[in-house]
Design a protein around this ligand. Structure first.
Ligand code: GAL
Length: 678
């Protein structure tokens, strides 16, 4: 499927906000877009107040004009619905729709961000403006795809207003049918919280002590669903007029409130926004992790990098600017990991408002700036990479990513503040990145049989069926690596009957008699000379054997790392926080034992391969200060020059090498797509 009609090359461009500029500036911008090789811009994302100045009265003048100019210039448009910023009239007319925070503050107008996702007025008004736009522009020659809303879940997601409380009660009735089932699922006999009527149930607002944790978890699920219903309302309104792809921009690893596994099924193409955490020196590794999760959400189909920045953002404590070459490395890393489009926030830097200090493709300083020159160069490089379009990334190693586990583990009163699903995922991902291993992310319920090794870092919440799925994977020959505090609770945050780790006891061949969290600065030594922090367990071995034991600490003499053979597979358990080289050794042992082949690149070199119908494209992205050797020979896709065995990628540079391959190696985990490829 050509997922963006009419497109033969990679897409390049960004958000464009013409409403902030006079018409002469549009003409200049369009000429500059052509200079930079821009072929796709997202328009209209925050234009509701202009398009519908009074309720039900529309004025499409500016949009008609700019879309006409862009069509004339051959620049395609991803048309936004403006519903992430309802106009002043909406806030005035519908005060009951105003969002309310968990601690009871009502938020007002004057910024951006939507109102209560459960407000019937918002649902109606947002579907109406989407309908108007689609009716008018479905057949417009510039409009090739649709961008609903902006970053659902940001800047706020959950609202504790009256509409949300009523919708939550209804959502709970659908989930549990009877109050008896709900009372049991939430364990309401604890602290005397039993409910006798549905309307006694409130949103879990701030309370005297810790709120019912199952209730909070359900409120997260409800919020994700309420936002999804808003998306679906708009999507369906647009779909009545067009078959063009419809999407909304995700924030893969950075959205705490939305279950993207569920959402991914509802968009035609996955689009993602990613911003570096400027002060982290390993932010390129986190970028890779975000891109790998995005590709996984896309079922390994190509995806759109909908937003990133050319240089500094404006909303972090210290907004460190990107240095020469960094923007290109960031962009290429996304492409290497499956993006077929590289877009920025935004084309021209804003002079007014909250984002005037945010970088853009065209900075305030204009076309003489380093940023603009690099933008033009990147546009030309991406044009040179057209044959990469549609090729796929293949991974034989996966990490489990479960948003429900994040939600649950982040609630209060856990055995240690050091516990974190995200922290452990980053640690394992970083070890794999350093070894040059490309990783997919998986949901615990999906078929895992195509992976040689699956890592489950601090997978705290694990539903019974998902635990059974993981057990099946191992018994059928898979290799599993589980780190501490996994399988601790079921889907309602309840401790399953018997010893921890619940549904993982059999597959790991052990049980945990007691959690033994460590002091803040404490480290424990292991018999294999590694050291652990933060956590340890008192393990009782069943069928598992100890790979390493504790030399000291509260579990001295007891197993620290174990391995269990189960069926034709094996499962490792790591009961403490290993870091740096220690974690890398553990990961290496697990990969080697599973027979995974990989070539660890030199420090700081990122190597990823995409595979097309007849060629492999190996991306070398050098984040280090020294030149680095290449590991394949072939042709440099950008220069056309042959690449010999002695070739290298310069410090800070990128090279993409094409080498022939035999046939389609396009792996997909999407059954529907697998059928269409075969
Ligand atoms: C994104 C948002 C954009 C812009 C950008 C700045 O989260 O979608 O509209 O605000 O951040 O970094």
């Amino acid at each position: 499927m050509s997922w963006i009609p009419g497109s033969t090359s990679l897409r390049y461009g960004g958000d464009y906000n013409p409403e902030q500029w006079d018409r002469e500036v549009w003409l200049e911008d369009i000429a500059l877009m052509k200079d930079a090789g821009v072929n796709l811009v997202s328009i209209g994302i925050f234009s509701w107040a202009l398009l519908e100045p009074r309720e039900g009265e529309y004025d499409f003048g500016f949009l008609d004009d700019i879309l006409g100019l862009l069509a004339g210039a051959g620049i395609d448009v991803d048309l936004g619905t403006p519903t992430a910023s309802p106009p002043a009239w909406f806030w005035k007319r519908y005060p009951a729709a105003q969002p309310v925070t968990r601690d009871g503050r009502t938020l007002g107008f004057g910024s951006r961000g939507m109102v209560s996702p459960s407000s019937p007025e918002y649902r109606r008004a947002s579907a109406a403006i989407a309908d108007q736009l689609a009716r008018r522009y479905a057949d417009h020659p510039a409009v090739v795809m649709w961008h609903v809303h902006n970053e659902y879940g940001a800047p706020i997601s959950d609202s504790y207003d009256d509409y949300s409380v009523a919708a939550f009660q209804e959502w709970l009735q659908n989930r549990y049918s009877t109050l008896e089932t709900l009372n049991r699922a939430w364990g309401t006999r604890f602290w005397g919280q039993s409910y006798g009527e549905w309307d006694e149930i409130d949103a879990p607002r701030v309370s005297a002590s810790v709120s019912n944790q199952a209730q909070r978890l359900d409120f997260q699920r409800f919020t994700s669903d309420a936002l999804l219903a808003c998306y679906l309302g708009e999507r369906d309104a647009i779909r009545r007029y067009t078959d063009a792809p419809i999407t909304t921009n995700f924030m893969a690893t950075n959205c705490p409130s939305v279950d993207y596994w569920k959402w991914a099924k509802e968009v035609d193409v996955i689009a993602n926004d990613h911003y570096l955490i400027a002060e982290r020196t390993d932010n390129h590794v986190l970028l890779a992790m975000d891109a790998d999760l995005t590709r996984s959400l896309a079922g390994n189909r190509p995806w759109i990098l909908m937003e990133h920045s050319t240089s500094a953002v404006n909303w972090q404590p210290r907004n460190i600017a990107k240095r020469a070459g960094e923007m290109a490395r960031n962009s290429m890393s996304h492409v290497a990991r499956g993006a077929d489009a590289v877009l920025f926030f935004q084309f021209r830097a804003s002079r007014f408002g909250a984002e005037k200090f945010h970088s853009a493709m065209l900075p305030h300083g204009g076309t003489e700036t380093r940023i603009w020159k690099e933008v033009v160069e990147l546009g030309s490089d991406l044009a040179g990479l057209s044959r990469v379009k549609g090729s796929r990334v293949t991974a034989s190693v996966a990490i489990v990513w479960s948003i429900e586990s994040f939600w649950a583990l982040d609630l209060e009163w856990r055995p240690s503040v050091e516990l974190g699903h995200r922290e452990r995922i980053e640690a394992f991902y970083t070890a794999l990145w350093g070894l040059g291993v490309t990783v997919d992310f998986v949901h615990p319920s999906q078929d895992l049989s195509c992976y040689d090794v699956v890592f489950a870092p601090s997978l705290y919440l694990l539903a019974e069926d998902d635990a059974a799925n993981i057990d099946r994977y191992v018994s059928g020959g898979g290799n599993l690596v589980v780190s501490y505090f996994s399988g601790i609770v079921g889907e309602n945050d309840e401790v399953p009957a018997g010893a921890s780790p619940g549904g993982l006891r059999d597959v790991l061949g052990l049980s945990i008699e007691e959690f033994l969290p460590l002091y803040e600065d404490q480290t424990v030594s292991l018999s294999d000379s590694a050291s652990g922090r933060a956590w340890s367990d008192e393990i009782a071995l069943g069928t598992a054997t100890a790979v390493a034991t504790y030399v000291d600490g509260p579990a001295a003499g007891k197993p620290a790392v174990t391995r269990n053979s189960r069926g034709s597979g094996s499962a490792w358990y790591v009961s403490t926080k290993l870091e740096g080289g220690d974690l890398r050794s553990l990961v290496t042992s697990a990969l080697d034992a599973a027979g995974v082949s990989y070539v660890a690149p030199v420090e700081g070199l990122e190597v990823v391969t995409r595979t097309g119908e007849t060629e492999h494209f190996t991306f070398y992205i050098n984040h280090a200060d020294a030149d680095a050797p290449l590991s394949v020979t072939g042709t440099d896709v950008l220069t056309g020059a042959p690449v010999s065995e002695a070739a290298s990628v310069p410090a800070g540079g990128v090279r993409v090498v094409a080498s022939p391959c035999a046939g389609v190696a396009a792996q997909t985990h999407d059954p529907q797509l697998a059928r269409s490829l075969s």
